[in-house]
Design a protein around this ligand. Sequence first.
Ligand code: PXG
Length: 465
Amino acid sequence: MPIPSSTHNQTKHWRALDAAHHIHPFSDTAALNKEGVRVITRADGVYLWDSEGNKILDGMSGLWCVQIGYGNKELAEAGYEALKTLPYYNHFFKTSNPYTIELATKLASVLPSGHERVLFANSGSEANDSALKLIRYYWNLKGRPEKKIHLSRDYAYHGVTMAAASLSGLTPMHPQFDLPLAGFEKVPGPYWFGAQAAGYGDIAPDEFGELIAKKLEEKILQLGPGRVASFSAEPVQGAGGLIFPPRSYWPLVEKICAKYDVLLHLDEVITGFGRLGEWFGAQAYNLSPDIMTMAKGLSSGYQPISAISLGARMGEAIANANEELVHGYTYSGHPVASAVALKNLEIIEREGLVKRTGSEIGPLFQRRMRETFADHPLVGEVRGRGLLCAVELVPDRPKRSFFPEPGNVGTHCRNYCFDGGLIMRAIRDTMVCAPPLTISESEIEELIAKAKDAIDRTAKDFGRM
Ligand code: PXG
């Protein structure tokens, strides 16, 4: 559909149609319809344009996914070529296609060792849903059908299917749908900045990391190790507030999973494809997961595609089960999505975007964010790695306390960001940022200047400056 050149009347028309016919994700429909949506009509590099002609720097890479930036012609051409050559075919009838075969092979070359086999799906939620089914199947194959409890963490976001939402630890996601399902249990997340407010006292990060890892062990022992199937976790928690675990956390968690024969499932939907300066969070934290899920940066968001990779023991058990695996989607390994993802991985590799994020632009971004915000009167902590960064807005830095109505100050600041032409996400009162891996130095300076303006104005409004 050609998009007409934008005018005020056109925007009004689109807003009215959107309000009449379109229900948005994670939105209060009536309130949104009253306010009117912003219609995004175009994107290039790190910028978006809306139908009123406003240019916006996208500090969130869409929803943490546009690794190589918008407007990449090579991806468009890869998709167009596949659309012309093989717009659709499936993998059910003893068939495959070159795009998906090449993509699976390419993935195996960048995944942690042992991850030789992948399955495809269309979203992060589906990948996680599939992962839980494969975990259940693995234990059934191993003659351990009593191992069925899935552990995950407070503040986790794993998506919205019945299982993925049950796995998520953001509790507002549950009551509308009578979730979580039975067999889903939570343990605390390693949110050191929130430790004092949560009653753990003035505890050092590594001590806290160990304490929270031990809560996992306590939970496994309480439920009975023979009943626990898996522990699912994002290497760095994303939508729950960009929570970076203390250094002590992951090594101990991995040991605990091994000790009680609990499968480790890493949800790499945000942390994959260079975001942390390594291909995956598994490599950034030196982890050997049994199963991984990935989406978003796999295609830089240009096509809906996700994948589930199996480590050696799950991969061998499932590939050698000698029976039909009764799972798969019409669009698993869609040729067009596969072609786009394959080209995306080629570009990430050719342009050295992982190394650039790990040792050049990422460290520069982290240094400049800390120089600008670490001593700001409204800021309690700046944390980040690679091209992920969070700024905690707090009333009292030494006490690491939070504002009484979480989300108020953050939303206020996010609105100032939007008004100033910057997209940053507010999670409670934490401002988070995940720009495309292709962002330039001058665009980083622009992002930081705009964020500073929004945070300064927020500080003034709340009497902190
Ligand atoms: N796992 C993780 C770690 C995610 O961040 C999903 C799974 C689900 O992916 P799909 O493709 O089913 O949406 C996600 C998605 C936000 C936000 O506001 C984050 C996500 C999705 C929507 C909004 O931060 N992450």
